[in-house]
Each structure stands twice: as structure tokens, then as C-alpha cells.
Design a binder for this molecule. Sequence first.
Ligand code: AMP
Ligand code: ZN
Length: 492
Amino acid sequence: MSVRLFNTLSGQQDEVTAADGDVLRMYACGPTVYDFGHIGNFRTFLQVDILRRTLKLTGMKLRHVMNITDVDDKIIRNATAAGIPIGEYTAKYTQAFLEDLASLQIEEPEILSRATEHIPEMTALVEKLAEAGAAYKTEDGSWYFRLAAFPEYGKLSKKDLEGMTDGARVDVDEYEKDSARDFALWKATKPGETSWETPIGPGRPGWHLECSAMAMKYLGESFDLHAGGEDLMFPHHENEIAQSESVTHKPFARHWFHVRFLLVDGRKMSKSEGNFFTLRDLLLKGYRASAIRLALISVPYRHQLNFTFDGLTEATNAIDRLRTFVERLKGATLAAGTTDELQAAAAKAEAEFVAALENDLNTAEARAPIFDLVRTVNAALDTGKVLAGDRERALEVLAKFDAVFAVVADNDAAPTAAALAWAEASGRMELVAPELLARQSITDAEIEGLIAERNNARKQRNFKRSDEIRDELAAKGVMIEDSREGVKWKRK
Ligand code: AMP
Ligand code: ZN
């Protein structure tokens, strides 16, 4: 198994390999912890998770670093407005981010590195850049990268960078202008702003500098793969390359992986448009974490994802189909042996699943054969043609699917409960959908009790009471199904 991915730098699909033949070293730009992450952010983190899990499925070992940007313009502005130190401000959102990763079954990288814990590495890099003639200090004590010192600037985004004027400067963390400017490496202290006393003077790091310093600290001067959302290609990643390669004269990252943006109903997600969602917003509307995960991963990373509530409902139904199938298969009484047809169907599904992921992480094509297999085995169960060895094989293929997709195993209760607890604690109960509250208002024991009562009512041919109970359960999101093995129930 070997994974081929589009490489922004080479402009073609390249095989992902570990240069040292052992551990794949990758860096993914992490969140700026100034607010709760939104589903666009999580689309990118989820696609990096799909990459991680796929590489692990191929047997690769990983050393994956993700930064937490815990100092930047927005953080300083918001912490100042709240009248608290930036550390206190960012601790809350860092914690929330890690919780959200867990809710979405996103594996934590091997190394999480906070920018504010790496100031010495950053100032040392500025000193090296100055020695190499690629950094200069301005009168106010800030440091800038001299673009003219790096003629290869623009090689990643392949932008036609008009108006590269020597000495034109930009000092904000985020900018989108096509014209390249000397950018801030280190910002001199401004009154009232957090700053550090360092050998290059007092101040704080620029955003771009963080990633170069931390990536090289943990992964070396040259490493295998660098990931992030498509908006980071320019200027952030160009700047990372310029800062690093001007000192090392070695390729910074060999492979660049960029995830395209998420749109909502075809439009950019923005607070003013009212189409801006955090993970908590969706959980409190009553959607399951697994459905949110599936909806955000099912469109391959190189395509824009148009998020819709219909898409979430489709994902919910798809997960139900998978979970119901696994339950049915596990519960079936089967004779020993295998059938050629089902063994072949399982092998085909497995091969197609793997091949689709190997082909630039095509998640849409990877899930299709799994649903085909479910259909085939379900049909065979209906006609009693499944043998125990077929069950084992089908479950094995589903487990492989879930090692990457992570939606079949039911881990949905905890994220929803945590979101509700958060809404209660922060006085945001208006975000909670009434259906969700109704659903949470019944315990498993109460459900079992009502089902027992319904069974009695049916025995006594009291169908009115039996129907009432079914309706009462349905209002609380509990679906019941009468089968030969008795009554089964599940929560919506
Ligand atoms: P930030 O916290 O703004 O630094 O962003 C964290 C990650 O989310 C970065 O990799 C961004 O490129 C990515 N990102 C931001 N907005 C979106 C979006 N709408 N769709 C996909 N990824 C996004
Ligand atoms: Zn970065």
C-alpha cells in the first residue's frame, strides 16, 4: 500500500514517503485559539486526520506536529478587551479545541506545540536570518524578513507576485494581498501588549515565524509533509518556506497538502451571514458528532465542500445503516463455513476502499464499496445465505473502514452530553434544539420499562396503549422495531 497525494509544490501527485525510510515527519498548521473552532477549521483538521489514519493503515509510523497559535493580533485584542492575560484567555479555547478534536474522533498528533513555549527557538531563527542577510531591524525594534533575499519566493503558490518592492512592509499577522511585502518576524512591544525580553529585543513573534521555528525544532531542517487549509498557501506557507530555506538552504517540506475550503449553502461562512457554525452549535441542534464527522470527510479534500443540513441528515442515515448492519450481523445465528460469493464481495470492497484512499485520499470513492458490501450481505442475511466465516470477514472489512472513517463505533453520547453541559454552564440554552432536550429526558431504564409495558399491553390486545407508548418513545427520539428476536430500540 502506498499513498499518492497531490503536492502543491510539485503540482502533481507524488507518493508520500518517509525520507529516513522509517518515520513520516509531518507538520500541520493548528488553530489560533482566540475563539471556538468552526466547522470549516474542522474540515481541515478532519482531512488531516484522514491522512494520518490512512498513512497508519499502510503501516507507516508518524511524527506529526501541530502548533497551537496562542499569541497573535486577534488574541491580544480579545484578551485586552476582556481585561485578562492572554494565557488565561487562550487556555479556555485551547481546552475547547482539544475537546472538539476528541468529539470528532480526530487523533491527537504526536506533538502539540504552543507558540508561547517556543520563544527562544523563534528569536534564534531571527538571529540566523539576520546573519544570512535575510532579516533586518526597523527603528521601532521590530524585525522584518527581506523578501529580496529569497528569489524563490512564490514557488509554492505559483502566484505572479506583482510589485515586489524592496522594503515595502506589512506587519499584520494575516494579509491577502497579491503583492508580496517584507513581513514581520518579530513585533516590537507596543504599550499594553504582551511581550518577551529576548536577545533580539523586547516584543512578540509574528505568526509565520512560529511555524518555521517549531517545525524545524521537532522535525529537522527538512521534513516530509506540511499540511494546512488552502488559505494558508499564501502568504503563510510561502513565508514559512522563505524563513526556513534562507537559513538552511535545504528544502523545508517536500510535500505540501492543502485542504480546500468549506462553504455553507454555497456561500462563505460568516457570522454576519448567520451561516457560521461551531461544532457545539451543531451538537446542540441535535446532530451527532459522528454524522458531523462523516459529512465533513465524505467530500475529498481537494474539492470544495458545500455544507448543508441535508448533508448532515444523509450522514446520519448512512451511519444508522452501518450500525444497524453490524448489530444485525453480530446477532445472527450462523452455521460454520464460508461462501465464495461473500468472500469475494468482501475482498472486492476492501480492495476498492484501499485503492480509493491511496488515490489522493478519495474518501467519496472509498466509502461507496463499503455500502455495497453492506447491501450484499444484508440481502444474503435475508435469504439465510451468510456463514460464520463470511460474518468474520465482513466485520474485518468494516473495522478497516472504521480505522479511517471512525463513525461506526458509537462514541456519540459523550460529545452531546458535553455540549449540553457547556450550554447550561455558559447560559446558552437558547442554542439547544427542543428535540434534543426531549431526547435527553429519558434514560435507558425508562425506555426498557415502557417497552415492557408495551409488550404487556400487546399481549392483552390493548393496542391503544401500545400505540401510545410507541408515540411517547418516538417523541423522545426512541425508535422501536418489532422483530422475530423481540423488540429492539435505538435512539435517533
Ligand atoms: P485558524 O484557526 O484560523 O488559524 O485556522 C485553522 C485551520 O483551519 C487552518 O488550516 C485554516 O486554513 C483552516 N480553515 C479556516 N477556515 C476554513 C474553511 N472555511 N474551510 C476549511 N478550512 C478552513
Ligand atoms: Zn503554520
